[in-house]
Structure formats: C-alpha cells, structure tokens
Design a protein around this ligand. Structure first.
Ligand SMILES: O=P(O)(O)OC[C@H]1O[C@H](O[C@H]2O[C@H](CO)[C@@H](O)[C@H](O)[C@H]2O)[C@H](O)[C@@H](O)[C@@H]1O
Length: 241
C-alpha cells in the first residue's frame, strides 16, 4: 500500500476529516483516543503550510478543541461552523434549531433501545447505534419521518453507525468552498482526506479546485497509515525527506 501513496503536492492545502480518518473509530463519540503525538504533528504541518491546514469535521468545534487543542483552522458541524484561529470569531450562517419534540423523541427512542445514544449539537442531534446495530433501521424510520415534516429546514445525514438530523443546505462542501476562497488556502492545491460518505462533498470541491479528494481506505488503508504519511510529509517539508 505504501508504495502507491502519492506525495503531498507542491503548495498544498490539507483538509482533514477527524473521526475515522485522523483517529480510529471508537465505540462512542467520547471514547475516541488521540495518539499523543498527533496534535503536535498537525500543528507543525500547519506551520510548514503557512497555515493552510484545516480540520473539517461533523463534530462541533468544542469537541475538536477538546481532542485537538492546537491553533489550526477548524470547520465543524458538517460545514455549519468555521473558525480560522483560536479566539477568532466563529463564522456560521443563520441555522435552525430542531423542535424540542424531535429531541424528546430521540431521548424516548434511546430509552426504548438500550445501547443507542443521543449526541447533541447546537443545530441538530445524532442517534448512534454502534452498540445496538439492530436499532439502526428503527432510528432511520423515526428521524426520516421527523425530517420529512420540515425538509426545507432539516436534512437527515447517514454517518458511520449513526443517523444525524442537521440543518438543510450545509455540508463539508460549504466549509471547503469558504476556505479555498481565502488566504492561506487560496491558490494552493487542496487535498481532502476523509473516510465517510459525509466527506464526499468536501472531496468534490477539492477536486473541482484542481486538487484531490482521497478516500482514506483506498489511499492510506487506515488512520495509522494516514498519520505515517503526514509524518513523512512533515519531514519532507522540513527538508529531511
Ligand atoms: O466528520 P467526522 O470528523 O468524521 O465526524 C463524523 C461524526 O463522527 C462521530 O461519530 C462517529 O465516530 C464515533 C467515534 O469514533 C463513533 O462512535 C460513531 O459510531 C461514528 O458515527 C461524532 O460523534 C459525530 O458527531 C460526527 O458527526
């Protein structure tokens, strides 16, 4: 696999998904393990790319700050939020909040389906069924019925062993488009790496800008393979490649 991995293009901009890409999938959202040397590696790479490295995730920014407490560009909430630097204002279009009854219905669902759990986001929520796979179809039925009552405002997103209610009209394409329009990303060759269907919109924008959309499993195999490649890119950019 390693021999086939492409090199980082000249004057690249790196756009990296988090769950399942930079870190291995864990049983629950809170139990993700970040390798101790990953934050420093990402911070170094960002500096070597003049800041043109962004984490582009479905997670809220607060989660990204918790797992990666480093000053790199972060886009969260599947394109709903963007922050160019720590302490910088969070850029976000006006987004709807799901009705309280929807959120209550998700709690009721979790109570009735042991092993499932509900993850809250400011403008949506997720039903995770990784620990109760048999509940996946029922979660889909519930959430698609809810979203069908307000399709102009909300959309249902399939994630890995999870279904998410999120605002309609935003995606990782939103975040990547916004980033590539401004410095330090503007004019660079974007490389988006992700593992999930939710990443495909971001990959498509990178390709449309003359760059690459790399599916983790196809190019790197697993997050460990990607981290090794990032470390090699770091050494190459430092002139020790
Ligand atoms: O865009 P990403 O950074 O890939 O985030 C996508 C979602 O990831 C998280 O859920 C997934 O990862 C969990 C931890 O490994 C796993 O337990 C779960 O089954 C996966 O679906 C996160 O919880 C979501 O908020 C993100 O949208």
């Amino acid at each position: 696999m390693t021999a086939l991995i492409p090199a980082l293009p000249e004057r690249a901009a790196l756009l990296l998904d988090f769950d399942g890409t930079l870190v291995e999938i864990a049983p629950t959202p809170d139990s993700v393990r970040v390798p101790p040397d990953l934050p420093a590696l990402l911070e170094r790479l960002s500096a070597r790319l003049d800041g043109a490295l962004a984490i582009v995730s479905g997670r809220p920014l607060r989660d990204l700050d918790h797992f990666l407490p480093i000053p790199v560009v972060k886009a969260g909430d599947h394109g709903g939020t963007l922050r160019l630097a720590p302490g910088a204002p969070v850029e976000s279009p006006p987004l709807p909040v799901p009705p309280a009854e929807w959120r209550q219905a998700a709690d009721d669902f979790a109570a009735a389906h042991p092993g499932t759990l509900v993850e809250d986001k400011e403008h949506g929520f997720v039903i995770h069924y990784r620990l109760a796979p048999e509940a996946g179809p029922a979660a889909l039925d519930l959430l698609s019925a809810l979203v069908a009552t307000a399709p102009d405002r909300f959309a249902l997103l399939e994630a890995r062993m999870a279904w998410e209610v999120k605002p309609a009209g935003i995606s990782k394409a939103t975040a990547v488009t916004a980033l590539l329009a401004r410095a330090p990303f503007l004019g660079r060759t974007p490389v988006f790496v992700g593992d999930d269907v939710t990443d495909e919109a971001g990959m498509a924008v990178a390709v449309a800008h003359g760059g690459h959309g790399w599916k983790l499993q196809d190019v790197f195999g697993d997050p460990d393979g990607l981290r090794g490649w990032l470390a090699a890119a770091d050494r190459a950019l430092a002139g020790h490649g």
